[in-house]
Design a protein around this ligand. Sequence first.
Ligand code: XMP
Length: 319
Amino acid sequence: TWTPASFVEASVEAIRKKVGPDASAVCGLSGGVDSSVAAILCHRALGDRLVCIFVDNGLLRKGEAEQVVKMFGDHYHLRLVHVQAQKRFLDALSGVTDPEQKRKTIGRVFIEVFEEEAKKIEDCRFLVQGTLYPDVIESVSAKGPSAVIKSHHNVGGLPERMKLGLVEPLRELFKDEVRAVGATMGIPHHLLWRHPFPGPGLAVRCLGPLTEERLNVLREADAIFEEEIREAGLYDKIWQSFCVLLPVRTVGVMGDERTYDEVIALRAVDSKDGMTADWSRIPHEVLARASARIINEVRGVNRVVYDVSSKPPATIEWE
Ligand code: XMP
């Protein structure tokens, strides 16, 4: 019978066999569940012959980079290359407002940065990917928008260009099995059950000019909303909740002064798989606290709205 522990044992054995006694492998860490579990499995099998590359694109949530470094570097002691590529991504994205263009740009820069780092690894002959069974099915069948959505996940033609073999230890697993395997290996609940986060990150939630300043406004607001959702015990019941920074300014009043500041939209949805979704009926008090805190604590925001659209016809993300 399948148990997470028996899977780990068999998988470690299979990874060792595939990679052999001398070669090294590289793995891109995103901070998400799949790449984390794949990396820890491969680390068990290969130790220091696994190098993980974490690219900070400047589009992550508050504290996310620190969490990745702390967990993989300090706790699991795996070889972690932390690439500070914030400026490179922002420069490439400067003036880009079209959503698909944003995704393409981010995907392209990611591949460039990743390849530069991977080339430095001695005897690197394998690429570890956190591909799941549903991804396998989808990549055979999908030609529509979901193929586009997934497109950032794989590192383009990298395996062929660098002549890397693929190691995909999660290829036969569903998400819940991946979480069980992760829990067996000591990955914290917080990471295993974090809401899904798109590869292009905050870039597709920051509408209008993508500047460091606006990304910081969005990041702070988003952290407050998540805190309030957690505080209310709603986090594990909701499929996704996050903030969107809108490309309009509106008039407000503070003391005797007129303000003309940014708008944050709160988005929270209930869903089973992200394909369809209903907006979450969050209690008004929770919305009130999130709104009051965002307006008080995040400079530059004077208005908060709640998105009451379901998918379809709206999508979960705004871009
Ligand atoms: P939509 O907005 O299409 O989102 O209703 C459905 C699910 O997919 C996520 N999403 C993405 N994930 N790269 C990703 O890895 C993307 O470009 C992307 N766009 C949307 C979204 O967060 C939701 O969970």
